[in-house]
Design a protein around this ligand. Sequence first.
Ligand SMILES: N[C@@H](CCC(=O)N[C@@H](CS)C(=O)NCC(=O)O)C(=O)O
Length: 220
Amino acid sequence: MPSTRPRLYAHPFSSYCQKVLVALYENHTPFDYRNLEDAQANAELVALWPMRRFPVLVDGERTVLEATCIIEYLDFHYPGMAPLIPDDRDAALEVRMLDRFFDNYISTPQQKVVADRMRPEADRDPYGVKEARAMLETAYAWLDQHMATREWAVGSAFTLADCAAAPFLFYADWTHRIDARFGHVRAYRERLLARPSFKRAVDEARPFRNYFPLGAPDRD
Ligand SMILES: N[C@@H](CCC(=O)N[C@@H](CS)C(=O)NCC(=O)O)C(=O)O
């Protein structure tokens, strides 16, 4: 009998995949994990999405791209006890805005620094890396003020925005240390690390820490 569970193409060490895994683990949503360590899963991904970016979710005839859209899809089609996007449209707007913040101003510059290190030396872009590090500093400063009055990204409920924040702040700190003067950001990162859904994602990714191009620090 064909599986009726959604199928997730993902790698445990990938930040965008962890973003979706946190959402799945928050709601204990059953799914089939097509781990991209596996060559066959990789071939299937390439056939599904020529961009070869992951995660990708397949549910019956439907293919859903982009981590945020996958979480929106799961929230709508497989709702659990913990809604990750509020029903109230105005509150949902705030959640989506913070989700964009974490994608665009934490993850994008973090990935830029890492991707640069993976290039041949002659093709590196020191100016671009400097800009990316400056963007991370600005983002940390903004987030520090934002988190001064909040437990989670938009208040007291854990949402889509926290699913994004967890892996992106995790790796951002490895890439460009969150300075002690950003105490609220550091405390938020610690709360995220203690959250069982993210703790599980981090533990599953542990065997792959040698994949981190800048060298994984001996912590977390
Ligand atoms: N905009 C995509 C970004 C996904 C993404 O960048 N995934 C990385 C892994 S964290 C990837 O696919 N890397 C492989 C590559 O760049 O070829 C999303 O939100 O899902």
